[in-house]
Design a protein around this ligand. Structure first.
Ligand code: MG
Length: 269
């Protein structure tokens, strides 16, 4: 009887794996994250509560924003220094081969708005099928993942600080619907080779705070514990991740966050 039991247990485990996506419900075996009893990509970390939102909050670019994508042009972007190869389809920027898309311009502290969706009908399973991401300074990933009705390790869910911190809630819309991210980001501050203020981020997903003044452990890593390097750039590009899935983006704009009491850089009318 015992062997039958083991075979059944194995069959059930593999069935659960197929149903719930990679990593859900199991320890990862990756390094422990400081301050919490969880590992990097820990499938036993509590799943964020699922909430329903009003969907995308579409905010028009204010006058001081730089428009990164308005539905018509890839002028702001490059694939590895060459021409931008991602596809524009019906006013949306579609994640495409050959790889990640980066802004030509570099930024430090910013406010970033965009909307995204995964087209309906695509099979999604954990980190597969509906994965992209936005990297601040090209280094710090806020996860873009079709997390509605899709369990995976919590630090890999939508608006997670990938590999570091899950969202406060799962505010992901159903597949096929547009949803919005509003991000405020500050780079780390160094004194010499020492970090005196870690990189900081706040994220609204469909108008809901899912990250509120959270600190990065360091630039994003996969399966490794993030730490700060001794040397760090002051600015970097916004990078959109190509993860093999046709994620769509629209209405993307960015505002460098100015400094208080400095006044406008140029005379205003
Ligand atoms: Mg990603």
């Amino acid at each position: 009887m015992k062997p039958t039991g083991w075979i059944l247990a194995g069959a059930l485990a593999s069935a659960c794996g197929a149903a719930y996506g990679d990593g859900y419900g199991v320890k990862s075996g990756n390094p422990q994250i400081p301050g919490v009893p969880y590992e990097v990509h820990d499938g036993t970390r509590p799943q964020p509560p699922i909430i329903t939102t009003g969907g995308a909050v579409s905010v028009k670019a204010p006058s001081d924003a730089k428009v990164l994508f308005d539905g018509t042009s890839l002028d702001a972007w490059t694939n590895g220094g060459g021409p931008a190869k991602w596809v524009i389809k019906d006013g949306a920027l579609v994640a495409s081969p050959p790889g990640d898309l980066s802004t030509k311009e570099s930024f430090g502290a910013v406010q970033l708005h965009f909307e995204w969706r995964l087209p309906a009908g695509r099979k999604v399973d954990g980190q597969s099928g509906g994965n992209s991401g936005v990297f601040l300074m090209g280094l710090y990933e806020i996860q873009v993942l079709q997390s509605h009705n899709n369990k995976t390790y919590p630090d890999g869910q939508a608006t997670g600080l990938y590999g570091q911190l899950p969202p406060l809630v799962n505010a992901t819309s159903p597949q096929g619907e547009w949803q919005s991210y509003d991000i405020a980001f500050e780079p780390p501050v160094y004194e010499g080779e020492k970090v005196v203020k870690p990189a900081k981020v706040t994220v609204l997903h469909n108008g809901v705070f899912t990250q509120h003044g959270e600190l990065f452990l360091g630039p994003t890593q996969h399966k490794k514990l993030a730490t700060y390097p001794a040397q760090h750039p002051l600015t970097g590009p916004i990078k959109l991740q190509w993860h093999g899935d046709p994620m769509e983006y629209r209405n993307m704009w960015i505002r460098p966050l100015g400094e208080r009491d400095k006044g406008p850089a140029e005379p205003q009318k």
